[in-house]
Design a binder for this molecule. Structure first.
Ligand SMILES: [Zn+2]
Ligand SMILES: [Zn+2]
Length: 185
């Protein structure tokens, strides 16, 4: 018998452990899906921009089918639990910012008396994240804007110092000569 995994089980399986961070991402992904609804065109892709690197991102890779490899999940590190979602080809942007009080409430204590206590804390915190009222969870803003539009194929050059291939938009150019950012430092 083959039992279909629940979305939560699929997300945790992919992520590799159960933690409050993946629960944050799970709830954000569901809110985004509810707001944006079904894809507006067969070719439309759900694009995600994350303003910090965290466990939450793996939920978007499973539930929203946005992946780092395809570039539909991009991380611009600003140290903020803020996530923007948009279907490609539209200008309907949903921006979800997690509340500061919530983040303080779910931050992991420095230590626990033992592993059982930590496990209990993880389960209670996940329960809280998934069930607290939405107004305590995040603020939601919906604006007409384009999330990102960098579909041009990358151009490659060779670093004049190390000889390694580097994308021109990530290299320092002096006249006709390029240096990669590692060598330019
Ligand atoms: Zn995690
Ligand atoms: Zn170089």
């Amino acid at each position: 018998m083959c039992v279909e995994k629940t979305p939560w089980e699929q997300v945790v399986d992919f992520h590799g452990h159960t933690c409050p961070g993946i629960a944050l991402g799970f709830r954000v992904a569901q809110i985004a899906q509810r707001e944006l609804g079904l894809r507006p065109a067969p070719a439309a892709e759900l694009l995600v921009k994350a303003e910090t690197q965290s466990c939450a991102l793996d939920a978007f890779q499973i539930l929203n089918k946005a992946t780092c490899g395809r570039g539909t999940l991009q991380i611009k590190e600003k140290g903020k639990h803020v996530y923007s979602f948009q279907y490609s080809g539209t200008d309907d942007l949903v921006r979800i910012a997690l509340k500061g009080d919530l983040l303080a409430r779910v931050a992991e204590p420095a230590s626990f008396p033992g592993p059982r206590q930590r496990q209990n804390w993880v389960l209670e915190t996940i329960q809280f994240i998934l069930t607290c009222p939405e107004e305590d969870f995040c603020t939601l803003r919906r604006t007409p804007a384009v999330l990102y539009n960098d579909t041009a194929a990358p151009r490659w050059t060779t670093c004049s110092v190390c000889g390694e291939a580097v994308r021109t938009d990530h290299a320092v150019q002096t006249g006709e000569v390029f240096k990669c950012l590692t060598c330019a430092d």
